[in-house]
Design a protein around this ligand. Structure first.
Ligand SMILES: Nc1ncnc2c1ncn2[C@@H]1O[C@H](COP(=O)(O)OP(=O)(O)OP(=O)(O)O)[C@@H](O)[C@H]1O
Ligand SMILES: [Mg+2]
Length: 378
């Protein structure tokens, strides 16, 4: 059965015992709330008692915005469901509660964070709450260290590795973050005035070598449970509380990838707020805060191994941050923070500065040793 607005009420009635939010005779109000590319996200509420509501995330067997001619395994939702379980166990309260998962129909029923805002929208509006990077730093520090290959026994590590062998989604990221932006690819686009900068980047041997090295780290490092898509659109915020969503890319990989994506999106926001010094200063503090909390929460018994591990994670994160910034400027998926700038010459100026910064992060990721050195380059 194809799930859509017409068929959902029947589906919900069939599944009401598993979902446990509604009575069998509930009259539903259903609206599509997702704005994503891959899946459909619905809010379902009881027309009589609207405070009784859930969010349903459904993965069709193809890329939603492209249609059935572009197949994509629905297993992505199984990984998201597993990740929600792991997160709930390790850092409960930092993800929506998962009510039920239906693998066959590829549907997760979860807590409706009704009044939450997408973090990216807050940053665009210049709202930078410092409690948020602290919570995300804690979230990453706990999940990464408690699933880190050197902190757990071999059997548990193998279990995570098998559970999160999300190769389909990993190879999409490998293409769109590490490969396509630096080749001639139909999905790439950029502001016309940026062409000389893009050309320089694509012929910079030092940069291309480091980008290739980071791609290999991304594909081969098996360190811990990595969210895989932790940008500022994957965090919902309400009353200064952060919740992480959208874990369909979760895999057992290089944990610095999460930090890198999170930082990169704060950095893009930083460049977009060119003349707002107060906002920029708060964003810099947020980037430092993320790391400080991450490092404090990253648990490892042996302090020397912890220091060594964190240094490696830091270097990877800096390189990944640079590549994430670049692909958001010249690849397929740009960010609203910058796309929303209507004055083209201002936009170009922001993009030039961000592109320069991103490429420096990639080239220098092995020599930058602490977050203060990154901030000092801004
Ligand atoms: N539990 C929730 N409570 C409230 N709103 C939610 C919840 N989960 C998702 N949303 C809303 O739906 C949107 C899309 O969710 P999500 O990012 O998980 O979908 P997606 O299809 O995987 O998106 P993408 O294509 O960007 O990966 C979110 O930005 C948010 O606005
Ligand atoms: Mg998604």
């Amino acid at each position: 059965m194809e799930l859509n607005l017409a068929t959902l009420p029947g589906y919900l009635r069939q599944r009401h015992a598993e979902i446990r939010m509604f009575e069998p005779d509930t009259q539903f109000r259903i609206e599509e709330i997702g704005d994503g590319n891959l899946n459909t996200v619905y809010r379902v509420s009881d027309t009589e008692r609207p405070e009784h509501s859930i969010v349903l995330k459904h993965a069709p067997p193809y890329i939603k915005i492209l249609g059935p001619d572009y197949p994509l395994s629905t297993e992505r939702l199984t990984y998201e469901s597993c990740a929600l379980d792991v997160y709930n166990r390790l850092v409960s309260g930092t993800v929506p509660v998962q009510y039920s998962f239906d693998a066959e129909a590829a549907v997760i029923a979860m807590e409706d964070l009704r009044d939450a805002r997408v973090l990216r929208a807050d940053l665009i509006a210049g709202i930078v709450e410092l409690g948020i990077p602290e919570q995300i730093g804690r979230f990453m520090g706990i999940v990464h260290s408690r699933t880190y290959v050197d902190s757990i026994d071999t059997e548990t590590a193998q279990h995570y590795r098998r559970q999160f062998a999300n190769t389909t989604m990993q190879s999409i990221t490998a293409d769109y973050v590490f490969t396509f932006p630096y080749t001639e690819h139909e999905t790439n686009f950029w502001t016309p005035g940026l062409a000389p900068d893009v050309q320089r980047l694509k012929t910079d041997i030092g940069f291309l070598q480091q980008a290739e090295y980071l791609k290999q780290v991304f594909l081969t490092a098996q360190q811990g449970v990595t969210h895989g898509d932790l940008h500022t659109g994957s965090v919902l915020v309400q009353d200064n509380i952060a919740k992480v969503i959208d874990a369909e890319f979760a895999f057992y990989g290089p944990v610095g990838f999460d930090l890198g994506l999170y930082w990169a999106n704060y950095l893009l926001s930083y460049f977009s707020h060119q003349d707002a010094l107060r906002v920029q200063s708060a964003l810099k503090t947020a980037i430092v805060q993320t790391w400080d909390t991450y490092a404090a929460e990253f648990e490892m018994v042996d302090t020397e191994s912890k220091a060594r591990t964190l240094q490696g994670v830091f270097h990877d994160a800096v390189g990944f941050a640079g590549l994430e910034m670049l692909r958001r400027l010249i690849g397929a998926a740009h960010v609203k923070d910058i796309e929303g700038i209507t004055d083209i010459s201002r936009k170009l100026c922001v993009e030039r500065a961000a592109l320069q910064f991103g490429s420096t992060l990639v080239k220098q990721h092995q020599s930058l040793c602490d977050v203060a050195s990154v901030i000092a380059m801004l």
